[in-house]
Structure formats: C-alpha cells, structure tokens
Ligand binder design. Structure first.
Ligand code: AMP
Length: 450
C-alpha cells in the first residue's frame, strides 16, 4: 500500500517549483528596493493568537484552522496567515524601539482547512509585507504600489488593485448598526453561520463564501468620517501619482477582523473566477495595541504565491534548469550501443558516432568531461550530466529531457584535437566545433539572455 499526500496538500515539483523560486526572487529584489527586511516567524503559534487577532468570528478561526492540543496540553495552531505572528514578534521583541517604521516581509506556508479546488489548497504559500508604525496615507500607497511592482517584476501584467475603506472605529459603529438592520430585514437570505454570528459581527456576512458577494452589492455602503474620507482620498491621489493601476470597489470587504481604513485586493483580468484574488491586505491601526503592544498603526498585505504561480506557469523562462548538458561520446563502457546497429534512426551522426562504433573511448575522455563540469560551474554556468558510462544516445536523450539549451560533447578524438562539439538542443538544433580553450566564452555567447 502506498501512502499519499493529504487532501489539499501537494508536492510542488520542477519545473513548477522554479516558478515559485522566480516569484520569491522577484519579491526579494523589490522588498530590498523598498526597505523591507525579512522576518522569519514560526509555523506554529498559540491558538489564542489567531483567535484574538484574526478574529473568533472569522471563517478562518471558526472553521479552517488546523488546531490541536500538544503533549503539554497547550492549544496550538498552524498559522493560517502571517500578520498575527509578525505582530506578536514585533511586540515580543520590542521592535518599536528600533525607531521609524518597522518594514518586514515574510514567506512561507499557511494552513487552512478549506475545500480544496484549483487555486485553493490547505497548505499554500504566502509572501507578505507589513509596515508597522506608519500613520499616513503614504504607507498605504507605498505598500499597494510595491505589491503591484512585485507582480509585474514576477512577470504578471494587467493586474488591478481594488481598494475600499472600512473607516475607523467611529465610522464602523454606525455602519455596523445600519448593516445589522439590513441583514435583519431578510434573515432567510443568510446561511446558518452568518445568521448566528450576525449580532456579534454583521460584517462577516459580506465576506461569507456563500452569500457574501450578493450581500456586499445590496448592503448599504459605509459612510466615512471626514478624517477617514481624507485618508482614503489621499491614498487614491498618491496611487495615481505612482501610476499604480487601481479602482475603488465600494463592495469590497475582507475576511479578517483587524482591518481599519484602507483595504485592498489585487486581481488579474485573466481568470475571472472566485480564485482570482492574488493578494489582499489593508490597514490595521488598532491591532498592535489591542495585542498588548504600543500604539502602532500599520498596513500590510499577503500575496498567494500558488495563485501567481498558476498564472505564470509556462510564461517565464525556467531559471533553474541546466543551461549546458555535458555528454561524453563513448567511454569504453559495455553499455555503449553502436548506434548504427541499434535498428533505429541514428541519433547522432558523423565522426562522434563513428568513434562510438569503434568501441568507445578510454576513461580519459570521461575524466576530462567530469572535470569540465566543475570548470563550467565555476564560471557560473548551470551544468548537468547523466552518466558518462551510458551510450551517447542515452546521454543525449537525457540532455533533451533536462531542458538544457546546449549539449557539450566530447570524446577522445575531441581531446586529441582540443575541440568540443557544441550542440543546440532548442530551436536551431545545429552543432558546431569550438576550440577547447574558447569553450566558456563560446557557451556564454550562445546562451539566450535571461
Ligand atoms: P488572505 O490571507 O485570505 O487575505 O489571502 C491572501 C491571498 O492568499 C489570497 O488573495 C490568495 O491569493 C491566497 N490564498 C488565500 N487562501 C488560499 C488558499 N486556500 N489556497 C491558495 N491560496 C490562498
């Protein structure tokens, strides 16, 4: 009996893992430009952290959290999102004392027991950014535009940020009352969970996976107090100044409790389904204080790497496949098949094939080929090989499968004449001889610019 991965948990294999890597690399570059530094937070936290910050009426905490009691009787949860852990770390390590805004980013797996489907998994990766200690609309606009910049850098064009404001505690009190009144006019239109939590948190109904989108369109919109209105207008002005593509979506709500003022989601025009949100975030001015920290207003977001990767699949060049595959034209091993007698079309024709038919090369050729691997890698060229004892045909098959751009072929004859054969494995499929002394510059010139 074989053991399978859990439902909603999956292996990310090459070449898909290369797409994840490319997104992470783009993110790291952009974070560096914006002064964000990495914070690595634990995967497991006290369950209470999420109950108090994400919110005990949210779907995430009520239905989706992987929570358990550990051997010491402690209530533990696998993080369903990153912000609570970053805020805990900020408070626990007195990071506010570093002065200025605390700008942190994180990357890693999040866990939610949702119903798995395309683009929705039970373990998924988020890249997140938090700017803690910043009051002004500049922080909101910088955070959103950085996210857009990152998606562009990763290779996704045409993304759009949808923004809205949930106001402050004052705006929210009036809004809650109005919303509750609206929900009570037709309780039959609500799912059972929303009916039971409506008194405690009417906003949740707008974020319900079942009825949320419909209710959000019908419900009364929030009326912002002058100060929140000013903040929201300023965010829009600043986003326009940065040419960040955005639009106001008055029915946008977000599923977590701690948001105040600006909230946003980034979508792509491409998919159009319910899984089209690539990232989401907003301001959380009260969270740090409510968790026992200083009065530190903040803004942040999380991007779903799996979803971005789904869209980028096949669109970006593989950055982790070998560039050059070294092949040894016969090594004297009994595994060598004389290719002209194999009954198939000769895979490789010409002088090298003849060498092989002649009975293979001495170990000198394979030793030279093996040393060459090290020389190419030292020159920064991603280099691979299969097994120099295998037939030329088999090695070239591996070269093709590897996704390498070039095969570098050598045998005794090449060593004697100090030339290597460089074979293009992609479009052109042609081949030329290069003097051994010039091989590294020749390879670099032949490789496509990334
Ligand atoms: P959230 O933390 O719910 O605001 O989600 C932020 C982003 O994470 C979303 O826009 C998605 O791209 C991604 N995301 C959230 N939940 C999942 C999931 N179950 N599977 C894959 N990606 C997810």
């Amino acid at each position: 009996m074989t053991i399978h991965s859990l439902r909603g948990f999956r292996d990310i294999l090459p070449p898909d893992s290369g797409v994840f890597y490319a997104i992470e690399s783009a993110a790291r570059e952009v974070f560096k430009l914006y002064g964000y530094r990495e914070i690595r937070i634990p995967t497991l936290e006290a369950r209470e952290l999420f109950v108090k910050s994400t919110g005990d009426t949210t779907d995430i905490v009520q239905k989706e959290m992987y929570a358990f009691t550990d051997q010491g009787g402690r209530e533990i949860a696998a993080r369903p999102e990153g912000t609570p852990g970053v805020v805990r770390a900020y408070i626990e390590n007195n990071l506010s004392q570093n002065g200025g805004n605390g700008k942190y980013f994180y990357m890693g797996g999040m866990f939610r027991a949702e119903r798995p489907q395309a683009g929705r998994y039970r373990e998924f990766e988020q890249i997140g950014a938090e700017c803690i200690g910043a009051h002004g609309a500049f922080a909101d606009a910088e955070s959103i535009s950085m996210l857009m910049e990152m998606l562009k850098k990763a290779g996704l064009s045409g993304c759009m940020a949808e923004i809205n404001s949930l106001g402050c505690a004052t705006c929210r009190a009036a809004y809650r009352a109005g919303l509750l009144g609206f929900l009570k006019t037709n309780p039959a239109a609500l799912c059972e969970v929303c009916r039971t939590r409506m008194e405690k948190n009417p906003l949740r109904a707008l974020d319900c996976k079942l009825d949320g989108p419909r209710l959000a369109l019908e419900a009364p919109a929030i009326k912002l107090c002058p100060s929140c209105q000013l903040h929201f207008s300023r965010v829009q002005e600043l986003l326009s100044a940065l040419n960040a593509p955005f639009k106001v979506n008055k029915s946008l709500v977000r599923g977590l409790d701690y948001y105040t003022r600006t909230i946003f989601e980034v979508k792509t025009g491409a998919s159009g389904g319910s899984q089209d949100a690539l990232a989401g975030g907003g301001r959380y001015d009260e969270l740090v204080k409510s968790m026992g920290g200083p009065d530190a207003p903040a803004v942040g977001w999380a991007m779903g790497v799996d979803r971005v990767a789904l869209l980028l699949k096949g669109l970006i060049p593989e950055s982790d496949a070998a560039q050059v595959f070294v092949v040894c034209a016969g090594s004297g091993s009994p595994a060598v098949v004389p290719i002209e007698k194999s009954g198939e079309e000769p895979y490789w024709e010409g002088r090298l094939g003849k060498i092989q038919q002649d009975g293979g090369n001495t170990p000198e050729a394979s030793s030279r080929a093996f040393a060459l691997l090290g020389e190419l890698r030292a020159a920064g060229i991603r280099t691979d090989f299969s097994d120099f004892n295998l037939s030329l045909k088999s090695q070239l098959r591996s070269a093709d499968k590897s996704g390498a751009y070039l095969a570098l072929i050598l045998g005794d004859e090449e060593i004697k004449n100090s030339v290597y054969a460089l074979k293009f494995l992609k479009e052109k499929k042609d081949q030329r001889n290069v003097p051994a002394a010039e091989i590294i510059p020749a390879i670099k010139a032949a490789l496509p610019v990334k």
